[in-house]
Design a protein around this ligand. Sequence first.
Ligand SMILES: [Zn+2]
Length: 465
Amino acid sequence: MINSLLGAGNALLTVSSQFIHQHPKRITAVIAALLLSGGGGAFAVASFAPDASELPVRELLEPVQALPIVVPADLDLQALRLFRSEITRTSDTADTLLKRLGVDDAAAAAFLRSDATARQVLIGRGGRNVTAETSERNGLLKLSARWNSDTDGKFNRLVLEKTAQGFVSRVESAALTATSHLASGTIQSSLFAATDDARIPDNIATQMAEIFAGDIDFHRSLRKGDRFSVVYETLEGDGEPLRTGRVLSAEFVNNGKTFQAMWFQDPAPGATVTASSAGTANAGSKGGYYTLDGQSLRRAFLASPMEFSRVTSGFKMRMHPILKVLRAHQGVDYGAPTGTAVRSVGDGVVDFAGVQNGYGNVIILQHRNNYKTVYAHLSRINVRKGESVSQSQNIGAVGATGWATGPHLHFEYRINGVYTDPQNIARENVTTPLSDSAKPVFARLAAENRVALASAASMQTGSTQ
Ligand SMILES: [Zn+2]
């Protein structure tokens, strides 16, 4: 896919260069879309496609042979077909669903009531998009619905069709198509408010926070005016988005400092790139996130002991509940509801798991180089002393045990027993160098992602002007 993508990209850049001067924003958006679509689906992306009427138009005058107009003798002028889509509701019966779809057809209703396949897919099941194709007189000709399959990379499609022998139904399996989307936003109140505004799925917002978790603590460090741009995939069946895919590249400007990342899969055999949590295609070989100049973004420590989510994002950093000051307090408190998952920020071994005076239920992890991390006031402990834990492993849950006036996680970072500002915790890189053979491919992909991210950012500039 990379080769065809690069080939198409180069050709487009050449052909389009003369237009870029006149219409830089729109054109880069189009090019970026083409570059990242991998040869298919880009035109289905409605969220950023420029209005066709606003695109530069160039008239081409070439003589063409007129085709004779042939009206087929058997053209049935009555065969007008109407299409209508609806979302199923859990309360639906065959009749209410068909009624909303504009179908008035007793035989179709009888079939839908009795056919086991169609019933199982459509009745008593909310949230599925159903399309009906009807005759002019509202008779059902065809009905179809799509949903996620358990098989990776596939979706299921129900087709119910009118035949000469009456209605028949079948369930088919087909390949999902990945489509790229560009989006951008500015933080006014929270990351999720900004991603909601930009109509970015929650899963993509969380992925972005995780990708930059080594550099930005999304719980504590977001500023009003921070900006982001993101290129991500959705997986579609027959053009209908059915699943959120992976972030392909992203840029985050936090407090004036710009961070960029791009997904890359080193094709070299034996390359030890770490996989992200967001698997889509390419099962088998692994990939990871890199800066656009080829540095791995995998870190020895995550910046935050809680995954950034819609639940945890709404809670601000707290003053110490007992001491009421931040300065005298050797740690960071994360306010979050009791039960919120707490994760290990790095690989290590459990040094302590149990109750200690003010800490309540507490876990202390020993990492390499005499680094320790402390997770206190827990409502639940999931690990035992001596156990090995890996980065991101769920080790317990937020609580209010010990000296705590409300549920929160107290987190500490110690080097050789000395409390250290956790802001510094994530600076250490795990070096995963790119293989030499991957470098040229990486460089070209990085160049394309720069164009795409710049384009996503300019869309926002355009919309706020
Ligand atoms: Zn505390």
